[in-house]
Design a protein around this ligand. Structure first.
Ligand code: ZN
Length: 63
């Protein structure tokens, strides 16, 4: 599975100057498919603000 994450990132670059919507969508997608990095606090705050459930990350090193 090691190459899956790399492939996902290759296919899903973060847009330049992303809007809040784009960052939210990217991090939701990222958490679902990769999760190599945690969701930043600013994004978590946005999710809370909008009532979006925070996804579980695939982050074995933080468990
Ligand atoms: Zn990743």
């Amino acid at each position: 599975m090691g190459k899956t994450n790399k492939d996902w990132h290759g296919d899903h670059p973060m847009p330049k100057n992303p809007t809040e919507e784009q960052r939210l969508a990217w991090h939701l997608d990222h958490a679902a498919h990769c999760g190599c990095r945690g969701i930043p606090g600013t994004i978590l705050a946005l999710m809370e603000e909008r009532g979006i459930a925070v996804p579980e990350l695939q982050q074995p090193e933080l468990r």
